[in-house]
Design a protein around this ligand. Structure first.
Ligand code: MRU
Length: 314
């Protein structure tokens, strides 16, 4: 399964707003359609957004007008995951070489993310086994599987690799209010892979850890700052605090493309605030889509190239 790809001169994505009720593909042929898909979370997750940004620029150069403005609109469609702007800029750097060069760069980003997912799954599964022993009971937040990347994924890729090895205990997917990436998307991916799992409300995570029902927490990232602070889906910070208090490992799994050495720390990251009606149609609501987990709460960051121990390094 490829969550996002280039097929017959168009971007084709799995429409994540429809899952799990309906499995449907969307064919995006204009920059406006791509931006709408990014904003509605039809395509989402940091690595997939990097590919979407790059392929969006490939579309823009084919259409040809107001190129600078179009690239800027793609880069800023969502502010938090560094991959989106980075993917768009990298593809745009090839504009002087013509449309085919831009597409070639975008497809290279797609292929790099596929390779990165495979490398993280292996390295992350090895590390979990080293830290937790056989058949760990895992808690994961949001959706970090193939749907969030192109194939395989980041944190969920590690969970699925442990399952493939017959080395996985329990899995708890926290539901991820308000858009339910855990309850809808992670649950869908785990079901398809034949993994037994339970969905828990977000607030249950720290208590399940305190009650001794979780051996490790594994999450993805939208941006990892120069000091190791990690920005990820709202609710991640509470799980990190819970893991710290329970004395269990808290692991971030993300490709190198999510590390932003130009952003010093979590306070410098633009956090997307989404509309109130996603939370509650009747009353005023606060709806930050992401939070910051300080680096000292992170046991390890597993990338496609290395394991970083932020609490030791910084
Ligand atoms: O708002 P979303 O669904 O795009 O948020 C996604 C996340 O926060 C993921 O955890 C993150 O992008 C890592 S995906 C491998």
């Amino acid at each position: 399964m490829r969550t996002i790809d280039w097929v017959d001169d168009a971007i084709v994505i799995i429409d994540q707003t429809a899952l799990p009720a309906e499995e449907r593909l969307l064919r995006l042929t204009t920059v406006e359609e791509l931006i709408a898909a990014v904003r509605s979370l039809a395509v989402r997750g940091a690595p997939a957004l990097g590919v979407a940004g790059a392929l969006g620029v490939a579309l823009a150069v084919r259409i040809g007008s107001d190129l600078e403005e179009q690239v800027r609109a793609i880069e800023t469609a969502r502010p938090t995951a560094v991959n989106l702007a980075r993917g768009a800029r990298r593809a745009a750097s090839r504009i002087p070489d013509g449309p085919e060069a831009v597409l070639e760069e975008a497809l290279a980003i797609r292929d790099e993310e596929i390779a990165a997912s495979a490398a993280m799954a292996t390295r992350g599964a090895d590390l979990i086994t080293e830290l937790c022993g056989p058949r760990p009971r895992m808690l994961t937040h949001c959706n970090t599987g193939a749907l969030a990347a192109v194939t395989v994924g980041t944190a969920l890729g590690v969970v699925l690799e442990l399952h493939r090895r017959g080395a996985l205990g329990d899995v708890i997917a926290s539901e991820t209010r308000p858009l339910l990436q855990g309850a809808r998307l992670t649950a869908w991916e785990l079901s398809r892979a034949g993994v037994d799992f339970r969905v828990a409300v977000d607030g249950a995570g720290p208590f399940l850890m305190a009650r001794g029902e979780v051996d490790a927490v594994v999450v993805g990232a939208d941006r990892i700052c120069a000091n190791g602070d990690t920005v990820n889906k709202i609710g991640t910070y509470a799980h990190a605090l819970g893991a710290h208090r329970a004395g269990i490992p808290f692991l971030v799994v993300a490709p190198e493309s999510t590390i932003d050495a130009d952003t010093p720390d979590g306070a410098a990251v633009p956090i997307e605030d989404r509309t109130q009606d996603e939370v509650n149609g009747s009353f005023p609501a606060a709806n930050p889509a992401f939070d910051v987990t300080p680096h000292d709460l992170i046991t390890a960051i597993v990338t496609d190239r290395r394991v970083i121990r932020p609490a030791e390094k910084w």
